[in-house]
Design a protein around this ligand. Structure first.
Ligand SMILES: Cc1cc2nc3c(=O)[nH]c(=O)nc-3n(C[C@H](O)[C@H](O)[C@H](O)COP(=O)(O)O)c2cc1C
Length: 139
């Protein structure tokens, strides 16, 4: 698909068939596509929570402005983030990078740790926002 066709054809989908069920292969393919999204330092600290329990989905809907897609879409994914992910072997992020990139990343990583004026949740929220929203799909 042409990139401009993709941009102009995309719409926020608000109505879903509540009886449609996605196959596990379709869910896997979507989530696999979602993790192609960029993250700061390539930390990949988003954590996708697939909510399947109907009662839990009803509660989420009640707390989410009663938006029908929270119960009616065949897949509901909560975007969460591990704000401590940077502690877990951060050298993995630049393992395959050229030396100058690795040196720079090692030097500036503290900004991602939430020291001083950079709250840890901000890069985490940005990473979640970069992934394809669950209510959005090509028309
Ligand atoms: C940050 C953000 C939050 C949004 N939140 C919701 C939402 O809670 N519920 C919803 O139905 N649509 C939500 N939308 C989708 C917008 O309503 C939609 O993108 C906008 O109306 C433009 O329509 P389009 O995406 O079809 O061009 C959100 C969009 C953005 C960018």
């Amino acid at each position: 698909m042409d990139v401009f066709d993709a941009i102009y054809a995309r719409r926020a989908v608000k109505h879903f068939d509540p009886h449609h069920e996605m196959t596990q292969a379709e869910v896997d393919r979507l989530l696999e596509a979602a993790i192609q999204a960029p993250t700061s330092f390539n930390i990949q600290h988003w954590r996708f929570v697939v909510v399947r329990d109907p009662e839990l989905r009803r509660q989420i809907r009640a707390n989410g402005n009663d938006q029908a897609q929270m119960t009616d879409a065949s897949l509901l994914v909560l975007m969460t983030a591990d704000v401590q992910a940077w502690r877990k072997q951060p050298e993995r992020y630049w393992a395959n990078a050229p030396k100058e990139v690795a040196d720079e990343d090692r030097a500036v990583l503290p900004a991602a740790r939430g020291v001083r004026s950079v709250p840890r949740r901000d890069p985490a929220a940005a990473a979640c926002a970069f992934t394809p929203p669950s209510t959005t799909a090509p028309s």
